[in-house]
Design a protein around this ligand. Structure first.
Ligand SMILES: *[C@@H]1O[C@H](CO)[C@@H](O)[C@H](O)[C@H]1NC(C)=O
Ligand SMILES: *[C@@H]1O[C@H](CO)[C@@H](O)[C@H](O)[C@H]1NC(C)=O
Length: 410
């Protein structure tokens, strides 16, 4: 076995290096920052390579702030009452095997214990971003934005071209949020646009000190180089200026789970008038350590954002938003045909319109409960809309989305 590995290593070392320009060679060197040595690599059918890297090698630990950080392998508390060892998830704690999974699972179910799956960054990913510095970070208006209800003035957080269709709560202290989010593959007209569906956990004055934790699914040709629907996270502690990034592309989120890769494609996807698939996302603040944890599906505890990353969120969130966001570049002076959600309006209902169901918040007693006084917001309801509802099965839910350009949204 050892000999085999040694031989493999020699073979790898002797592979001809692609003839990159000097700049590209420099770029490859810099990419070691993103791509850590893999214990095992899995090739996904979508062209991604999923590297299994040691937990302690993840990018977060490159940062001086994290040098003395003791990694938390599990939260001290879970608002759903599930408390388990992340290494034993498949035997205890999980209620049922989630239907949703990631495309790379067809080529290998999980990474070995003590490692985490990380989507390998390709040279092209960085080239599309323009530089290593910009990759996975704020770049022009490539990142998501936040709807600010108190202000009618556009400010630095709400950028032109961004359109939302969301539900929100504010005016209380929130310690987390949950939703089950219907998964689609919205069509994107321009490669520098995106379409996403996510939860926002927000704190701060909505000025330059905004703290935000975001998670959901997104289609972003610029970030990933294709039109696939991918699981993602984002965070910032200064309103998208200097801090924060997607997934594990900067120091921030610490992953402990060996089955789910940030930024990897979700499969299967819902189809119009056909099968519907959804993912559950729960984000909550650990009452003991103060870290913000994320759970995906039915019991995949993915990891956490350490409390010290944030100012306001190190206490609690002041607002939670759920819903969709797209960028409309208004190419040729017209609204683009970029879809939000299924690309159909809320009034079409189940199997046609996209939904968030069982939306809940975590209250001051660390319990999940239905949110009170849910507001909705959209910039142009003729382009993308949102419609609230409530029933026994789905609790508080909403349909949202739309096709973008149409006769009423020119
Ligand atoms: C880490 O610990 C060392 C030794 O105690 C200390 O000098 C250093 O300032 C600490 N770094 C951080 C970022 O807290
Ligand atoms: C993504 O979709 C657009 C049209 O919506 C298409 O033009 C483009 O070729 C697709 N890109 C890839 C990588 O499949």
């Amino acid at each position: 076995m050892t000999w085999f590995l040694l031989l493999l290593l020699l073979l790898l070392l002797h592979q001809p290096v692609p003839s990159f320009s000097k700049n590209h060679r420099h770029l490859r060197k810099q990419m070691r920052h993103f791509n850590k040595p893999a214990i095992k690599s899995i090739k996904s059918p979508d062209g991604d390579i999923i590297d299994c890297i040691r937990i302690s090698h993840q990018p977060a630990f490159d940062h001086p702030l994290f040098q003395n950080h003791t990694i938390q392998m599990r939260p001290s508390y879970n608002p759903e009452g599930l408390l388990f060892d992340t290494n034993k998830l498949s035997s205890i704690g999980r209620k049922s095997r989630p239907m949703m999974s990631q495309l790379w699972h067809t080529k290998g179910k999980k990474c070995p214990q003590g490692t985490i799956p990380v989507r390998r960054t390709k040279v092209d990913d960085v080239l599309r971003a323009g530089s290593v510095k910009h990759y996975g970070k704020k770049k022009n208006n490539k990142h998501s934005t936040v709807f600010v209800p108190q202000s009618s003035e556009p400010d630095l957080i709400t950028q032109s071209g961004h359109q939302h269709a969301i539900a929100y709560v504010e005016g209380d202290k929130y310690y987390g949020a949950k939703a089950t989010i219907n998964v689609w593959e919205p069509q994107i007209q321009e490669t520098n646009e995106f379409s996403l569906s996510q939860i926002w956990i927000l704190g701060g004055s909505f000025a330059s000190d905004l703290n935000s934790i975001e998670a959901g699914w997104q289609v972003s040709p610029d970030l990933y180089g294709d039109n696939n629907t991918r699981l993602f996270t984002y965070w910032t502690s200064d309103a998208y200026q200097a801090t924060g990034c997607y997934n594990l592309l900067c120091s921030g989120f610490i992953q402990v789970n060996n089955e789910i890769a940030m930024g990897a494609s979700i499969s299967p996807i819902s189809s119009y008038h056909g099968s519907q698939y959804d993912i559950s996302i729960l984000i909550w603040k650990d009452p003991k350590e103060g870290d913000w944890w994320m759970q995906f599906g039915d019991g995949y505890v993915l990891g956490y954002w350490p409390a010290f990353l944030f100012s306001y969120l190190s206490d609690s969130a002041s607002m939670v938003e759920w819903g969709g966001e797209v960028v409309n570049t208004a190419e040729d002076g017209q609204h683009t045909t970029t879809h939000m959600g299924s690309g159909h309006f809320p009034n079409e209902g189940f199997k046609k319109a996209s939904y968030f169901r069982n939306i809940q918040i975590v209250d001051g007693s660390n319990n999940l409960r239905p949110p009170k006084e849910i507001g909705t917001f959209m910039e142009q309801s003729n382009c993308y809309n949102v419609q609230l509802g409530r029933n026994d099965d789905w609790g508080n839910y909403f349909y949202y989305g739309g096709p973008g350009r149409n006769p009423n949204c020119p």
